[in-house]
Design a protein around this ligand. Structure first.
Ligand code: EPU
Length: 344
């Protein structure tokens, strides 16, 4: 069924809780429904949203917003790899919960990430050492230009850090994800190398299982990240920047001048010789942790997250805070932070 509403309130459809409206809002609940939608006729621009967990609406939306409610989970093949087909409108964490219950390995580290399955394949969501591309087998889409169904093998999706071909400006909006086939496994394959995850899992003393790791990850996330139902945010607001070794040495020099010669700057050496520096650390070093600005604030437990602190924040307050954070990180470390959150 296709359901169309006009001047739809979007407050509950974006986890930041921005009080904005969409001129036209279309929700559909099956792959076949997509064929009935006359894309040429829709008020422009057209935006397809998932859980609205990575978006910052800066104003009312003057075009059409589409949302999928395609919500099946189906095992296609149960061999050494377990192929599972999941509708784009399934809440990603519901899929993680289902996989944990089935004893299937692969998405347990991605537990409790807000958003839906379709958007996860566009954004290449990631957490605790796993990116969704590691478990994606094939992405099925509707091509709104050729008006046909197409699919992309994982290697055709151009996956990078929070990136894919679906985000390329040239094709953005052209492909609507209908469902994603994931490759999970019944053979244990725990990935516990990120931070203190291994210690946290061992502390439980329980036998390794996807459900156990899921429990531990949810506990860690709840301690660090705001619960969208309690305080609006879009998770990490910025991407973690990657710098050259020489640039990293300059960042280190700034930190050591301030904290003493033994100070260690958190970082990850990447295989190509570059260095990833946590944006959270830089933002904290610039004194932003916990700072408020009108209705917006930098989250006190994880400064990579900007929150709608009062629930009444205006988009301008969020964007203003963003600009000032970018400027101060640039001034102190000569690093240009880029938002992970998409501004609409
Ligand atoms: N840090 C600080 N101060 C803080 C918090 C963190 O200096 O208050 C430093 C620490 O050195 C810490 C490092 O930042 O070791 C990394 O922190 P964390 O493990 O929390 O991860 P992150 O790099 O800040 C990324 C993802 C998160 C994901 C976590 C866990 C991005 C942009 N963010 O954050 O993803 O949950 O790793 O894997 O890559 C999201 O994308 O919305 C998101 C929440």
């Amino acid at each position: 069924m296709v359901n169309t509403t006009y001047y739809q309130d979007l407050t509950k459809m974006n986890t930041f809780g921005m009080k904005v409206k969409a001129r036209c809002f279309i929700e559909y609940d099956s792959v076949a429904d997509l064929v009935d939608i006359e894309f040429e006729e829709l008020a422009r621009p057209v935006l397809h949203i998932g859980g609205g967990s990575n978006l910052l609406f800066t104003d009312d939306f003057k075009g059409t917003i589409l949302h999928s409610k395609i919500d099946f989970i189906e095992i296609l093949e149960d061999a050494s790899d377990v192929l599972v087909s999941v509708g784009a409108g399934v809440v990603f964490d519901d899929f993680c919960a289902w996989a944990a219950k089935e004893g299937l390995w692969g998405v347990e580290n991605l537990s409790y990430i807000p958003g839906e399955v379709g958007a996860s394949a566009v954004q290449n969501i990631g957490a605790y050492g796993v990116e969704v591309k590691d478990v994606i087998h094939r992405v099925y889409c509707y091509d709104t230009v050729e008006e046909e169904f197409v699919s992309f093998g994982v290697e055709e999706c151009g996956y990078g850090y929070r990136d894919s071909i679906f985000k390329d400006p040239e094709v953005k909006g052209r492909y609507i994800v209908t469902h994603v086939v994931f490759s999970l496994s019944r053979t244990p394959q725990p990935k516990l190398d990120y931070g203190h995850l291994k210690e946290a899992v061992e502390l439980t003393g329980a036998e390794l299982a996807p459900a156990l790791i899921r429990r531990v990850i949810i506990k860690i996330r709840k301690e660090k990240l705001p619960e969208p139902s309690v305080m609006g945010s879009a998770g990490s607001f910025f991407k973690n920047p990657v710098v050259t070794v020489e640039h990293f040495a300059r960042i280190e020099a700034v930190a050591k001048a301030e904290h003493g010669p033994d100070y260690k700057v958190p970082h990850y050496d990447l295989p190509d010789g570059t260095v990833k520096v946590p944006a959270a650390w830089m933002i904290e070093q610039c004194g932003w942790k916990g700072k408020r600005s009108g209705g917006a604030a930098v989250y006190d437990k994880q400064p990579l997250v900007i929150v709608n602190y009062t629930g009444e924040a205006y988009p301008e307050e969020i964007v203003g805070l963003e600009r000032r954070i970018i400027a101060s990180v640039k001034a102190k470390f000569d690093v240009e932070l880029h938002p992970e959150v998409e501004h609409i």
